[in-house]
Design a protein around this ligand. Structure first.
Ligand SMILES: NC(=O)c1ccc[n+]([C@@H]2O[C@H](COP(=O)([O-])OP(=O)(O)OC[C@H]3O[C@@H](n4cnc5c(N)ncnc54)[C@H](OP(=O)(O)O)[C@@H]3O)[C@@H](O)[C@H]2O)c1
Length: 247
């Protein structure tokens, strides 16, 4: 399968989880893949394993996004596939919310994603595909996830505006919204393995298909949305959550 041959793909947050799986998928399909991440060592290790290019960049900093765009432009010219995936989780109720938690989540998940799209627009090729990694919580906010889910709801709104703004250049903009998916994200919130497992058991019980999602499945959806097969799909949010939003 080399249908993405000669396509340049940028994936933000590619050193683990869904970003890593998508880098693997697109690389296998022949794309030239660039992954980003905050931690130099982790991103370089992942790039070596995958045979892709690593660029260290903190997606929550507009200056770093601009440096990333300059570097990609210098080394690759234009971009065919932009997967805006970098994100962090965070839990807490509204009454006890801290400004620090609010800023940390919004800075990466919303501001960072917004300016990543904004600054890449000039070097997106005509007919390019942009995919935002959103979440099913954008469509089914629950207690304790107000900051996280609103960051993803905001992203879906930007996705729809961008689909309209970029349509004249035949650039398609969509989002993928996974439900609970096995990655490292919860451990990074500082929870130990046992706590993550007990949270996940509760979550899985709420999924009609009674299972967690897999990063590799999300990767295949990003690949599909970025391929010619999806040439008429723009402004769509694809929910991949085993039916959780319906329950
Ligand atoms: N797993 C789920 O259940 C689930 C469900 C719905 C949506 N999502 C979304 O899926 C996306 C990927 O998450 P994941 O589950 O694959 O988690 P993950 O394994 O923790 O991956 C997140 C990636 O984003 C990077 N990242 C975080 N902050 C960054 C920043 N400021 N600048 C650059 N890179 C940054 C991380 O790099 P570092 O480790 O170096 O920070 C990592 O490569 C996120 O947007 C998340 O909200 C996940």
């Amino acid at each position: 399968m080399d249908d993405l041959k000669n396509k340049v793909a940028v994936i933000t947050g590619g050193n683990s989880g869904i970003g890593y799986a998508t880098a693997k998928q697109l690389k296998e399909q022949g794309a030239e893949v660039i992954i980003t991440g905050r931690r130099k060592e982790a991103i370089e290790k992942a790039a070596l394993e995958l045979g892709v290019t690593a660029i260290t960049a903190d997606q929550s900093q507009v200056l770093e996004i601009e440096k990333l765009v300059s570097k990609v432009k210098e080394d690759f010219g234009t971009v065919d596939i932009l997967f805006i995936n970098a994100g962090i989780a965070g839990l807490g109720n509204i009454e006890q919310a801290t400004e620090a938690l609010f800023d940390s989540i919004i800075d990466v998940n919303f501001k960072g994603a917004y300016f990543t799209l904004s600054r890449f627009i000039p070097i997106l090729k005509e007919g390019a595909s942009v995919v935002f990694l959103s979440s099913n919580t954008a469509s089914m906010p629950g207690p304790g996830s107000s900051i996280y889910s609103s960051s993803k709801t905001a992203l879906n709104s930007v996705m729809r505006s961008a689909a309209l703004e970029l349509a004249p250049r035949k650039i398609r903009v969509n989002s993928v919204s996974p439900g609970p998916t096995e990655t490292e994200v919860m451990k990074k919130v500082g929870l130990n393995e046992a706590t993550v497992k007990s949270i996940m058991d509760v979550v899985v019980a709420k999924v009609p298909l009674k299972q967690m999602g897999a990063s590799a499945d999300v990767a295949k959806m990003v690949s599909y949305l970025s391929s010619d097969a999806a040439v008429f799909i723009t402004g769509a949010d694809i929910i991949m959550d085993g039916g959780m939003v319906l329950a």
